[in-house]
Design a protein around this ligand. Structure first.
Ligand SMILES: *[C@@H]1O[C@H](CO)[C@@H](O)[C@H](O)[C@H]1NC(C)=O
Ligand SMILES: *[C@@H]1O[C@H](CO)[C@@H](O)[C@H](O)[C@H]1NC(C)=O
Ligand SMILES: *[C@@H]1O[C@H](CO)[C@@H](O)[C@H](O)[C@H]1NC(C)=O
Ligand SMILES: *[C@@H]1O[C@H](CO)[C@@H](O)[C@H](O)[C@H]1NC(C)=O
Ligand SMILES: *[C@@H]1O[C@H](CO)[C@@H](O)[C@H](O)[C@H]1NC(C)=O
Ligand SMILES: *[C@@H]1O[C@H](CO)[C@@H](O)[C@H](O)[C@H]1NC(C)=O
Ligand SMILES: *[C@@H]1O[C@H](CO)[C@@H](O)[C@H](O)[C@H]1NC(C)=O
Ligand SMILES: *[C@@H]1O[C@H](CO)[C@@H](O)[C@H](O)[C@H]1NC(C)=O
Ligand SMILES: *[C@@H]1O[C@H](CO)[C@@H](O)[C@H](O)[C@H]1NC(C)=O
Length: 871
């Protein structure tokens, strides 16, 4: 139903305030938006995407707590002062949150409320003034696939809960700016089986590379500038998926790692045993053995800085004393080591004294140590050793006090299990999807996405429709709320976009009316006084509310007995420039008036108040009559009714295209923008994207705006807009009227999703086509014939090449001959009198403002996929 392109006017109001310096839309092109966000943002409860990146927005980010439909939120590269206290609360649908390079004046910590964003897949907050300990709450976001928290002031260790993020594909925690940086061991990444990218460079992580053999998709691994230690394990070097490995400036030990297919950056700043040799051979057996001993303790940093190179008997190897190139004493007393005693010590056959006392060692004393022939002292006092003390020769002086011998020998693993121990992880990580979508999303453009009024409009319409039948509810159910988006392209170099300022101007006038309203407007022009509107809406009484949108509230009004819809735009976002724009827009609206274009009745500016008054349409949208019957409760339209509607629309568009003094291009024709009165006569509405084509250039290059499914291919791919863009969309609407289905229906199999494709295909086969036609149509032989003609027209209108499509006047001619032959009496009162100024009503419309991008019908934001719909 009415995914009407929202009241871009309201959006404009925001932008007008925001782009205070920009006196017209084009000026916004080349400067970034500045200003602040209105607190009322949160009233856009059905907004699905809010993308504000790349502007100069300042002030506090208002509460977003009510935007439960929001799936994408992008705040990157702005200059906000602070985030709201309830940040991330209530954003239960959020899938993507990006807020990189956010120079917040006030640092913040990731709130626990993020745990309610259980669908979150992308969280990117690099250089975003985050302080504090690494948030353990992130471990609860099991959908998370992309996490980027680089360039913040995070501290502390990676919480073990992160291991639950088995869908994680990209983890970037690099370059923490705080003094402490991130520290501790990185064992938890071993559980992220889908990981493709791990960037944790420039931190203070310690310990060895864990067993990553389960990360079969790992491609990029950057741990440069940390304090990682130990021997680079074979479970890591053996990963065939690796493409980029950076290990430099750590404290790795042992042999220089050799990767089958990557040229790693490992050389500098590590303690490899053989890095000066060419080719680098293995380490000496003594080095190898002692590194295994160190591995038992979890490659402690203290040892890693000293046990480097290939000469354990050299001066640097602290705790080691040799007797003619063999280790005779190991004294690692009081080092605060944890971990276990490695059985590799048994290979040090010349060992005389082993002092590991006053540490925090766990596990058992390995039996194999009893074979050491020269051992005289074994001091393991004051640790946490368990199990049985092996039977040493009597010549060995055993010091074992201060342990937990006798306690159960279930090995605890402890923090110091060596590199390859914790491999209960089964290999072969889960399937992972690429994160390109998200990358694309970021690249796309700086955009403001606003949505709201489908809801508002629908409510307005619905309410009005339903008043007669059911109790009226003014509350919006989020479940049925429309997914609508309007993006306003900011400027950060990605696009030429600027602001879009379409307004949803909505209304309906029952034709036979209102001399008195006419008088009212006549005497005041289009400008109405505040008093009149206050009276009409009973002082904007709550009872009169038809719906709410982010930028205003729509009231039902009663002007001298005539129902109107009054939209009260949100004040506070309107500057004087905004006022000029507002009036300039209304000026454009005056230029197009037609029986089949919905009209703006008037407006009011009063202080900060901006009010728009429209006719009041009682018959709902064509969409409701075609595809949303169950919801709307309408009966299916007959073929005759459909043809009359088609003709009405064709006439409205024909007028726009040429009969007005200038050429206007609607750019967003679709059934939800076609409004019906109680006689089921149609008017085209929502001129939010209307583009005025100068006589000289009837083909313009613009940024694509419109709705998926209705975008002509050349327009979608090149942005070239001509009147044939509307003809294409019109053809699509004809097809929808014939088939009784939406142009894009995701519930159908892939090859049937796109109506235009399948319609054209089915037309080749009469029998198939007959089944394809809307089953609710009861067609006589004659109406079948007429349907086939309209189908042919629809096919013609949706021709791939613009020049192959007919002009709108051709459509009018063909349809009117069919309709005349049908029900001449029903239509003859209708003609093309261009300026139907009965009542002096002015047609609504609003000025197309800029390069904008509206996607109203797509439930997911994927603008880059758009052209593919046609290929
Ligand atoms: C961080 O963001 C600020 C803007 O907020 C930008 O000026 C700065 O260059 C960014 N720093 C990094 C390291 O990206
Ligand atoms: C982060 O830490 C650096 C260095 O201690 C400091 O200069 C900077 O102000 C901190 N930033 C924040 C947002 O706390
Ligand atoms: C590897 O990283 C370097 C810089 O860090 C980059 O230029 C290169 O494209 C990367 N290669 C691959 C295959 O990702
Ligand atoms: C070194 O080892 C020899 C026997 O191999 C022994 O006689 C000598 O006492 C040892 N020296 C020291 C300082 O332990
Ligand atoms: C080990 O070194 C400590 C001092 O750090 C010393 O008190 C202790 O006696 C030494 N142990 C042996 C067996 O030499
Ligand atoms: C000993 O190690 C533990 C963790 O293993 C650490 O919390 C403690 O601060 C260390 N104590 C000393 C004196 O280094
Ligand atoms: C001890 O050394 C032998 C060969 O010198 C080697 O095969 C064995 O793996 C080593 N044992 C340990 C536990 O390192
Ligand atoms: C020993 O390790 C345990 C856990 O591994 C820890 O709770 C305890 O504080 C440590 N003791 C010392 C003295 O470091
Ligand atoms: C074990 O610790 C106690 C007190 O903590 C100390 O008195 C004792 O000397 C220690 N034992 C050894 C062998 O260092």
């Amino acid at each position: 139903m009415g995914r009407d392109t929202l009241p871009l006017l309201l959006l404009f109001l925001l932008l007008a305030a925001a782009a205070a310096a920009a006196s017209d839309a084009d000026a916004i092109h080349d400067r970034r938006l500045s200003g602040s966000l209105p607190p009322s943002l949160s009233t856009l409860t059905s907004l699905t995407a809010l993308q504000l990146q790349g502007n100069h927005l300042t002030g506090d980010v208002p509460s977003l707590a009510r935007m439960g439909s929001l799936t994408r939120l992008a705040l990157d590269s702005n200059a906000f002062a602070s985030l709201p206290p309830d940040f991330l609360q209530g954003l239960t649908s959020l899938q993507s949150l990006t807020m990189d390079d956010l120079g917040l004046l006030r640092p913040w910590s990731i709130p626990d409320a993020i745990s309610t964003c259980s669908s979150l897949q992308t969280f990117s907050a690099s250089n975003a003034s985050i302080v504090g300990a690494f948030p353990a709450v992130l471990g609860s976001l099991e959908s998370l696939r992309y996490l980027r928290l680089s360039y913040n002031n995070l501290t502390g260790e990676l919480p073990p809960t992160l291991g639950q993020l088995s869908a994680m594909e990209s983890l970037q925690l690099n370059n923490q700016q705080s003094e402490e940086k991130l520290s501790g061991r990185i064992d938890v990444v071993a559980a992220m089986k889908s990981l493709k990218l791990l960037w944790i460079q420039s931190n203070k992580f310690t310990g060895p590379i864990p067993d990553l053999s389960g990360l079969q998709q790992l491609e990029s691994f950057n741990v440069r500038d940390n304090m990682l230690t130990g021997v680079v394990p074979a479970s890591f070097t053996g990963l065939t998926s690796l493409k980029n490995v950076t290990l430099s400036n750590n404290n790795f030990q042992g042999p220089v790692p050799v990767f089958p297919s990557v040229q790693p950056d490992v050389s500098s700043g590590n303690g490899f045993c053989n890095k000066d040799k060419n080719p680098p051979g293995p380490c000496s057996p003594l080095t190898t053995t002692l590194l295994e001993v160190a591995g038992g303790f979890g490659y402690p940093y203290d040892l890693a800085t000293k046990w480097t190179g290939n000469d354990p008997c050299g001066a640097s190897w602290s705790g080691i004393i040799c007797n003619s190139s063999d280790v005779s004493i190991i004294n690692l007393s009081k080092r605060n080591f944890s971990g276990t005693i490695s059985p590799a010590i048994a290979n040090l056959t010349r060992l005389v004294k082993l002092d590991l006392s006053n540490n925090n060692l766990t596990g058992e004393i390995p039996d194999v140590l009893t074979i050491l022939p020269y051992l005289t002292v074994l001091n393991v006092a004051n640790n946490s050793l368990i199990g049985q003390v092996p039977k040493f020769k009597p010549s060995v002086n055993l010091l074992i006090d201060g342990n937990r011998f006798g306690e159960s020998g279930d090995k605890q693993g402890g923090g110091g299990s060596d590199g390859g121990s914790s491999s209960s992880d089964s290999a072969g990580g889960g399937k992972s999807r690429s994160n390109t979508g998200m990358v694309i999303g970021i690249i796309v453009a700086a955009i403001i996405l606003f949505a709201c009024v489908g809801l508002l409009v629908r409510h307005l319409k619905k309410k009005n429709n339903m008043e007669k039948f059911r109790p009226v509810s003014t509350k919006t159910s989020p479940a049925e709320s429309e997914m609508m988006k309007i993006q306003v392209v900011g400027t950060n170099g990605y696009s030429n976009g600027s602001s879009a300022v379409p307004t949803e101007l909505y209304s309906h006038v029952s034709a036979a009316t209102s001399a008195n309203i006419g008088d009212l407007f006549e005497s005041h022009g289009m400008q109405l006084s505040m008093e009149v509107l206050l009276k009409a809406t009973n002082d904007f009484s709550e009872d009169c509310i038809l719906g709410r949108g982010g930028f205003g509230v729509v009231f039902k009004g009663d002007l001298n007995g005539k129902l109107v819809a009054v939209k009260r735009c949100d004040s506070g976002t309107m500057g004087t420039k905004g006022q000029q724009e507002f009036l300039a827009e209304i000026d454009v609206l005056r230029k197009v008036r037609h029986r089949h274009l919905v009209a703006l009745l008037g407006y009011c500016t009063h202080g900060n108040e901006r009010l728009l008054v429209y006719e009041y349409m009682s018959g709902g949208t064509l969409r409701e009559h075609l595809c949303d019957l169950q919801q709307s409760g309408y009966n299916p339209l007959t073929w005759t009714q459909r043809m009359i509607i088609a003709l009405d629309v064709a006439r409205g568009i024909e007028y726009l295209h040429g009969l007005a003094q200038e050429t206007f291009i609607h750019r967003d024709l679709k059934p939800s923008n076609i409004l019906l009165d109680q006689d089921l006569r149609a008017k085209v509405s929502d001129f939010g994207l209307v583009k005025l084509a100068k006589d000289t250039d009837k083909s313009l290059m613009t940024r694509v705006a419109g709705t998926f499914g209705y975008l002509a291919p050349e327009y979608a791919t090149t942005g070239k807009v001509t009147t044939k863009v509307d003809v294409y969309a019109y053809g699509v609407i004809l097809m929808e009227m014939i088939a009784g289905r939406k142009v894009l229906d995701d519930s159908l199999p892939d090859d049937e999703t796109h109506l235009v494709t399948i319609f054209r295909r089915n037309m080749l086969d009469k029998e198939k086509f007959r089944k394809f036609v809307d089953p609710t149509l009861e067609l006589s032989a004659e109406s079948w014939k007429s349907l086939l003609e309209v189908a042919d027209l629809a096919r013609h209108c949706t021709a791939r090449e613009p020049y192959q499509r007919p002009d709108m006047c051709h459509c009018v001619n063909r349809l009117s001959s069919l309709v005349d032959q049908w029900k001449p009496t029903n239509v003859d009162e209708d003609d093309d009198e261009g300026e139907s100024s009965e009542m002096g009503l002015h047609q609504q419309l609003e000025k197309w403002r800029s390069d904008d991008f509206t996607i109203s019908d797509s439930d997911t934001f994927s603008s880059l996929n758009m052209p593919r719909k046609y290929n």
